[in-house]
Design a protein around this ligand. Structure first.
Ligand code: ADP
Ligand code: MG
Length: 684
């Protein structure tokens, strides 16, 4: 009886027997919309009802199954007293009690002098064994249905095991075989079951409770592959042929000669990779990954110089106005002695100026445009955009990346700069569609930031320390406790701290917090940049990437509440200038082992990549900065720490196969993990 054709896997749950309006609404609230979601809703435990237990061997508190003879039914005429059914076997007696149940129904399922199978939780009351409102009562001919190890799903409220079983078993017991998208040899080599067998195993054994079991691993692999297929498709779509750029690096070499510093090895090699991409006849789609302060900006400007030399225009986009302005100022300095024309465009640029900029971009009289998201607008057209650079782009998802590439046109190379070092498995799932350049080292002259930790009760020792900094004309960041996702509480704690510090250092303190809008925030940041204030109290993160060359002390309260990577990023805001940077981590007494480890790691290392790996190990990947914001949904099953080998295997698989997602065999997989739509959007 194969009621389930393959198609039903992707139809609405309401198509299943016994799923009415009410139930399907409930299931949808639990994120079970389609039949396939039932398949992917794995049991977290199971209930063993498989063994029939004699009444003299019952264990109180356990769910057990008994086979008993119905002796007597007792329906008290007083309200609120339970109905009782007395049953026995040859070893003892038991009382089955029911609250709120109808007499007629009970008489039907408990026929006197008949044997029945009952399963439920055993209790002991008034010196008697009892089962109250048993989960199952059935005649002996149906005992097989009850005497089983039954999977437990996390659908705690609103739906009981019996009801959910009716639904899930309809699907799982009748699961159709699907043509596997992996070759038989591949399955065998990796010890993977066929798709159908795998799903069944996950639901009918304990495999789902072990994320390293054979069948769990196949599911994880499927999930990673679906994710990588999307990336690979995006890559193919973007890395198309273009007219190669031709230049001799004349301007860029001049710039290099005039820099007050020597480029690091990493900067040189990344620039070289970029140049090769620019000169090739496929489009560049590259991300520079480098720790805070590794000097990505200058690399991008050198690339820009080369693109302009080959007679194309360039655009540089930053996430905030302040950062864009900083880049603009730097660009003006760097290109000072050239004929290169640069403009600045944000949402705030006045209409007249904007009009001029738009015109000259279109005519091709403007070489570089630097700005915010405003560059993305429809009105903006280029004569011949050759390079789009996006800074600090961890807020960009796959879809936005492809939009950006589209906007640039066929000859536009794309370069992203990301200051968030992330572990390799994460890198693969976030940027698997791009080529990756890493800058591993930092400019050698930069002093390592001194990192100290201090219990919060010694906070008073800080005031004189801060005072010394102010006398030296240094600036200070004070980052306030992170209170769980409550911008109001975050605000109030920052506000309180502001009041305290402001009393100690009147007219020198500014406050920035989540409830300020972008413009208000930038106003405060600008005051800080212009040294109108010296101490900046803030809630969580001020934009990364902004250079505050004069800030050299950062104090982070409740440091244990932050992830390692985030602390590292916060720390990276100081020590950007000549002076020694100092980071003080304040903590409350009674740190967890994990928190102590984090603080130790931070004191020991200033290598963002190492810290990111450690962070992932200590906190799990969900907390990695940039992952949440990336707009890419969390993996449901795969864990980049635990399943690193499967990520690597998937990467190899996708590369080797040179997969065409339009090939039908992957359609099922993509649909299963809700990727089909993303891919379709990308194929145009
Ligand atoms: P990030 O990679 O975080 O964007 P930036 O590009 O903002 O870093 O560079 C941080 C600071 O380091 C800037 O002030 C920049 O001028 C300086 N810098 C960049 N490269 C070098 C280098 N090779 N040697 C010394 N200082 C450098
Ligand atoms: Mg930067």
């Amino acid at each position: 009886m194969n009621l389930l054709k393959k198609d039903i896997i992707f139809s609405d749950v309401s198509k299943l027997k016994g799923v009415g309006k009410q139930l399907s609404k409930y299931l949808k609230n639990r994120k079970i919309e389609k039949v396939k979601d039932i398949l992917l809703n794995l049991p977290y435990s199971e209930t063993d009802r498989s063994k029939v237990v004699n009444l003299n061997k019952l264990e109180v508190g356990k769910i057990q199954t008994i086979r008993v003879l119905v002796k007597k039914l007792n329906f008290p005429r007083i309200r609120n007293l339970p109905n009782k059914i007395i049953c026995e076997d040859k070893t003892g007696k038991i009382e089955i009690t029911y609250f709120n149940s109808r007499e007629g129904y009970l008489r039907k399922i408990f026929p006197i002098d008949r044997w029945v199978i009952i399963s439920g939780k055993i209790t002991y009351f008034n010196k008697k064994y009892q089962i109250t409102n048993p989960d199952y009562v059935t005649t002996l001919d149906k005992e097989k249905y009850v005497k089983q190890i039954i999977p437990k799903y996390s659908l705690t409220k609103g739906i009981n095991e019996k009801k959910y079983r009716l639904i899930s078993e309809q699907v799982i017991n009748d699961l159709p075989e699907v043509q596997d998208w992996y070759e038989k040899d591949f399955l065998k080599k990796n010890n993977f079951l066929s798709w159908r067998k795998n799903i069944i195993t996950l639901h009918k054994t304990k495999d789902s409770q072990d994320n390293l079991s054979k069948s769990y691993k196949r599911l994880v692999f499927d999930e990673i592959c679906a994710n990588f297929l999307v990336l690979s498709e995006n890559r193919k779509k973007i890395k198309k042929r273009k007219i190669n750029k031709s230049f001799k690096s004349i301007t860029s070499n001049e710039i290099i000669e005039n820099l007050p510093f020597e480029l690091t090895k990493g900067q040189k090699s990344v620039l070289n990779e970029i140049n090769i991409d620019l000169k090739s006849d496929t489009r560049m789609f590259r991300v520079i990954q480098g720790d805070v302060g590794s000097g990505k900006t200058i690399v991008s400007f050198l690339a820009i110089a080369n693109v302009i030399e080959s007679k194309y225009q360039c655009a540089l986009m930053a996430p905030t106005e302040i950062l864009a302005k900083q880049h603009f100022d730097l660009a003006k300095k760097i290109f000072m002695n050239t004929k290169i024309k640069i403009e600045f465009l944000t949402g705030k640029t006045d209409t007249k100026r904007k009009k001029n900029i738009i015109n000259s971009l279109k005519k091709g009289t403007l070489d570089i445009i630097i700005g915010t998201h405003a560059l993305f607008q429809k009105k903006i057209e280029f004569k011949n955009l050759g390079l789009a650079v996006v800074d600090e782009q961890h807020k960009f998802g796959v879809k936005q990346r492809s939009e950006l590439a589209n906007k640039g046109g066929n000859n536009c190379d794309v370069l992203l700069m990301s200051a968030t070092p992330i572990p390799r498995t994460m890198m693969m799932s976030l940027y698997g569609d791009m080529d990756i350049s890493k800058i591993m080292e930092k400019p050698s002259k930069r002093k390592k930031i001194v990192t100290l930790s201090k219990p919060e009760k010694k906070i008073n020792e800080l005031w004189s320390f801060i005072n010394k900094q102010l006398i030296l004309n240094n600036q200070v960041f004070w980052v306030c406790p992170l209170i769980k996702e409550s911008s109001f509480l975050d605000y109030s704690s920052a506000k309180k701290k502001f009041d305290i510090i402001n009393r100690k250092f009147p007219n020198k303190v500014g406050l920035i917090h989540g409830s300020l809008n972008k413009i208000e925030k930038e106003k405060v940041l600008n005051k800080f940049l212009k040294k109108e204030i010296f101490i900046l109290v803030s809630t969580t993160v001020i934009e990364v990437g902004i250079d505050f060359p004069n800030a050299n002390l950062i104090i982070i309260e409740n440091a244990n509440k932050f992830g390692l990577a985030q602390l590292h990023q916060l720390r990276g805001r100081v020590g950007r200038g000549e002076k020694q940077g100092i980071c003080i981590l304040l903590y409350k007494e009674g740190l967890s082992k994990n928190a102590i480890k984090r603080i130790k790691t931070l004191k020991k290392s200033d290598d963002g990549f190492y810290i990111a790996e450690e962070d992932m190990r200590l906190r799990g990947f969900g907390d990695i900065i940039g992952y949440q914001q990336s707009g890419i949904k969390n993996f449901k099953f795969a864990d980049p720490v635990v399943h690193e080998d499967l990520f690597l295997l998937a990467e190899e698989y996708i590369k080797k196969e040179n997969i065409d997602v339009n090939e039908n065999k992957y359609a099922f997989l993509l649909k299963l993990f809700d990727k089909a739509e993303i891919i379709n959007q990308n194929i145009d």
